[in-house]
Design a protein around this ligand. Structure first.
Ligand code: URP
Ligand code: ZN
Ligand code: ZN
Length: 581
């Protein structure tokens, strides 16, 4: 570690510690607490050595020289994983003020021990080169483990080839598309479809910023022409339906090519409902609200203080309907939404001021990486909307599963990384820009009292935050590579490939006609939907073993014509040009 890399106020880890110090740093026993995992909570001790959880249980026999940390009355939870950050992102004529050092330091202070940031190539730039550039920026600065999503901002054969390279050689399994930021990062539907096809072929996950960029550009022009230049213009240029339409479109397009989809920064009630409905229809889609959308509303854009209003400018915007945050929190609690990010992308007041006189130039983004855990505990658990296990699921475990890092991350169990938070559910703290560890000079959660405080944080088995003090090492975080085909996203995708095979209607004179099936082998019933037992069976043959076969007489497929003993010439309901001929 180079001396000048460590700011004075932090205590750097000792380069050549004595044997005792070294042992106590690498061997830690956490005693008397309650472990909370996503599936259960139980009283237990935890023994850590060399950055890994070695034992979980009571009355553990451990080697000498270990440091004991008392955790009676506290919760021992997996370190938070923030799946959506933009540290030092070059954006809208400036650069996000929290860099990989300051941003990850703040993350640790708040109980988040891993971030997934975004590598965003400019249009025309090589994905591999952009990836190397981002690794070059992050590796030497990160204080906690991190990973990268790679954005697809343009489309070409080169991009298609590089997606494969990035998946196979660079440890990336998630790629982000923007349906907004026209002419800068936005892709059109054709490009989105091509990207999803390739991602599906590689076993990667498609992430999407869902807003209709064309309509936003129209609205912006119209509002500016009407003299609306303040932050309220940002809100009005992006009404809720702009987000909802794109959410619906992205889900439909990804589903058509059977690519799993992850909607980032879900800001609206209607979008949460759209995602929930799509999942009920069997589509594979995940929804990520952010700390901002779960705790703040869009009334801030109407503040008479320009700086205050501009500080809340992010895209999609917060919604003015004050019931939105609570609704999104309930959606998160009941499983309609799945995990919480922050979209941490911070700009100081002088950077926000670039948009004085033109709201389209206010750099988009807010804070969150430090306060996410406390805000979700306060609004979710303390308010009685979710329990502690669900809190762990949405702040850590589900991210580990969806992005294929589980069980290395996201759980307290033997063999997992010792990224651990000792969380005091009884303690309180008040969020403020004056005490936060982020570089940004504003905090969108200012003044919020939070019950539930991350009191001690371990990253890779080392105590990095204790008694309100950080003990971090710049560059100590590791890049965590992630394999493709995460089972959380892909197990059903692969089955759907089999059951969604297109069917062919055999007609008189066609080879193979006359065996009474749709395609000579047992095709798809065009009248049935996925999950219906007759979906992939011979048409008209009732499956008495299907769970939906009813003894009461009426059957789910009564509307389907009985087996004719002849090849089907016209499908039930008449001919349609959707059927292959
Ligand atoms: O306003 C936002 N969200 N800024 C960061 C970039 C993005 O769209 O995620
Ligand atoms: Zn976005
Ligand atoms: Zn973002």
């Amino acid at each position: 570690m180079e001396e000048e890399q460590v700011p004075k106020e932090e205590k750097p880890q000792v380069d050549s510690p004595t044997d005792d110090t070294e042992t106590a740093q690498t061997r830690i026993l956490i005693k008397g607490g309650k472990i909370v995992n996503a599936d259960r909570a139980f009283d237990s001790d935890v023994y850590i050595e060399d950055g890994v959880i070695k034992q979980v249980g009571e009355n553990l026999i451990i080697p000498g020289g270990a440091r004991t940390i008392e955790a009676a009355g506290k919760l021992i939870i997996p370190g938070g994983i923030d799946p959506h950050t933009h540290m030092e992102l070059p954006f809208m004529g400036t650069q996000a003020i929290d860099d990989f050092y300051q941003g990850t330091k703040a993350a640790l202070a708040g109980g988040t021990t891993m971030i997934i940031d975004h590598c965003i190539p400019v249009k025309g730039e090589s994905l591999v080169e952009a990836y190397e550039k981002w690794r070059g920026k992050a590796d030497s600065k990160v204080c906690c483990d991190y990973s990268l999503h790679v954005a697809i901002t343009w489309w070409s054969e080169q991009v298609e080839q590089e997606i494969e390279t990035v998946c196979k050689e660079k440890g990336v399994n998630s790629f982000k598309m923007f349906m907004a930021y026209k002419d800068v990062m936005m892709v059109n539907d054709h490009e989105f479809i091509q990207a999803c096809k390739k991602l599906k072929a590689e076993g990667a996950l498609a992430l999407v910023h869902a807003e209709n960029g064309d309509i936003i550009a129209e609205n912006q022009k119209k509002l500016l022409a009407q003299g609306i230049t303040g932050p309220e213009g940002h809100l009005q240029s992006r009404p809720e339906e702009v987000e909802q339409e794109a959410t619906n479109r992205a889900i439909m397009l990804a589903d058509q090519v059977n690519c799993p989809l992850y909607i980032v920064h879900v800001m609206a009630k209607s979008c949460a409902d759209t995602i929930a409905k799509a999942r009920r229809d069997g589509k594979i889609v995940f929804g990520e609200p952010i700390a901002a959308s779960l705790a703040c509303d869009g009334t801030h854009y109407c503040s008479h203080d320009w700086g205050h209003a501009a500080a809340y400018v992010l895209s999609p915007p917060l919604k003015t309907d004050p019931s939105t945050p609570g609704y999104l929190m309930k959606s998160l609690a009941n499983g309609d939404l799945h995990l919480v990010g922050t979209d941490n992308c911070t700009f100081n007041s002088e950077q926000k001021a670039l948009g004085k006189g033109d709201f389209t130039k206010i750099p988009n983004g807010v804070n969150g990486v430090e306060d996410r855990m406390s805000v979700i505990w306060e609004k979710g658990v303390h308010n009685g909307i979710m329990d502690a296990c669900r809190f762990v699921a949405v702040t850590s475990t589900n991210a580990a599963k969806i992005f294929n890092m589980y069980p290395q991350k996201g759980v307290i169990q033997a063999g997992s990384d010792a990224d651990i938070v000792i969380f005091n559910p009884e303690a309180t703290r008040v969020i403020s820009k004056d005490t936060h560890h982020q570089a940004v000079d504003f905090n969108i959660f200012e003044g919020m009292e939070c019950h539930g405080v991350p009191e001690l944080v371990l990253s890779q088995g080392k105590v990095v935050f204790e008694d309100g003090e950080l003990h971090v090492t710049q560059g100590a975080g590791r890049f965590i590579p992630r394999e493709v085909h995460a089972s959380e996203a892909y197990s059903r995708i692969l089955i759907r490939d089999k059951v969604r095979k297109p069917f062919k209607i055999l007609r008189e004179g066609d080879e193979g006609a006359g065996d009474g099936t749709m395609n000579g082998k047992g095709g798809i019933n065009p009248m049935a939907s996925e999950g219906d037992p007759s979906f992939a069976t011979k048409r008209g043959q009732r499956d008495l073993h299907a769970s939906s076969f009813s003894l009461s007489g009426q059957q789910v497929d009564d509307h389907v014509a009985p087996r004719s003993g002849r090849s089907v010439l016209n499908p039930p309901g008449g001919r349609s040009n959707i059927f292959l001929s």
